[in-house]
Design a protein around this ligand. Sequence first.
Ligand code: PLP
Length: 480
Amino acid sequence: WSPEELEKNGQLLLSQLREHFSTLGNQPVTTQRSAQEIRALLDEPLPDAPQPFTEILSQTWDDVRPNLTLWNHPRFHAYFSNSSSGPAILAEMFTAALNVNVMLWDAAPAAAAVELTVLDWLAQMVGYTVAQDSVLVDGASLGTLYGLAAAREHLAGLDIRQQGLAGRDVPRLRIYTSDQTHSSIDKAAITLGIGLDNVVRIPADPDGRLDPNALRERLERDERLGYRAMAVVANVGTTSVGAIDPVEEIAEICAAHDTWLHVDAAYGGFWRLAPQVGPQLPDLSRADSLVANPHKVLMCPMEASALFCRHRDALTNTFRVVPEYLRTRHEDGSVDFMNYSLQLGRQFRALKLWWLIKSFGVSGLTDRLSAAAALAEGLRDRARSDPDWVVENDTPFPLVCLRYQPHDQELDPRDVDELNRRIHRAVNEAGGSFVSHTVVPSGYAIRVSIGNIHTTEADIHALWAELTTAARRCAVPRTP
Ligand code: PLP
């Protein structure tokens, strides 16, 4: 494309996006087509002849878009609901146009400088201003892997980076966490050679929080048995119910056992900005490493996660490998981000955050997060005032786990599970709203995450109507 064609096609795309956003709320949140139908629709031979952009765009519009699950939809409440916002959408286009590779300072000087600034801003928003080593990564799963790799490297006297684990007299390393912790910790343990059997998942309390006494006892017992604690992982916002572990008490225990504390604040971290949530979050400054996801909370499109570390050089001591072809000059202030993770070639993902944070300002972001927290409170109020619904989780985050449990019927808990499963399915199949589920101590619960920039009170009203209608339809008729 010539620059003129780029402009012409870009305008075409932007006007389709205007149409998309203006009609988004009227579209089904997700497709009802089967996997096979979608595969058949989009399966085509490798194109030989060039195709005009207008055709490619209209095929994308007609065949791809309606068969997506629309994460930007105002009634998308599944998993962790987030949205992309205007400034970040355009920044993605700009970074692709510049095609910057933020691996070495010389390869992308101002991009590395913007990344440092953005990381500093994000650390302030999360309340982790002790960060000395930080990097933007694609997601919290890799952020956690890198944080735990740094923890492994930090173990005194083992020098695992150099000597590896195999064939040496190394104590068996273990990671301690609650049974509510995200599967990314397991994946990190697999990758780092720790092994799933050495991820000690301590049963959480009924509200999904790690019990510090149980943690202490387990660490002491395992020490006597010759295991070495590599890290403890604490959660600020568990995936299932948004539970917050007692991070400060856990930090005390980690200090007593000379163990690295990694905090998974992938979901919870940036909610600190919301006045309804922030005061209920623990002090995180004693964490050795921490992950927090702008792409879960900050109106930032996939992929953007921040990994922070309290120890200067902890990440670079873990990942720095400089072959001749990447040897470069150094000057005061220059940073080579390739040394902070496994990634060499790296997107300029800081730009979307830079544009986004500048466009909203912290006050704008705070207003949006506070509005989402208020909408969740409204949903909880509706459920609490209906005797047939139970709010199953206790969290300051806008994550509401609901279970339909007819108050005047004696039902077997397994039948209540099945009932909620059917309600969940019925709501999603109707296409008006999209929710996910979890399992809480009482059983199957419908999980509603609120955090999309487009969601309004009317959307929550609509969701509540869909839930109660589905419950009426799915419920066993009451005997007169
Ligand atoms: N930690 C928690 C608590 C999560 O809920 C998730 C994902 O939902 C992750 C980590 C993994 O995040 P990512 O998808 O950015 O890898």
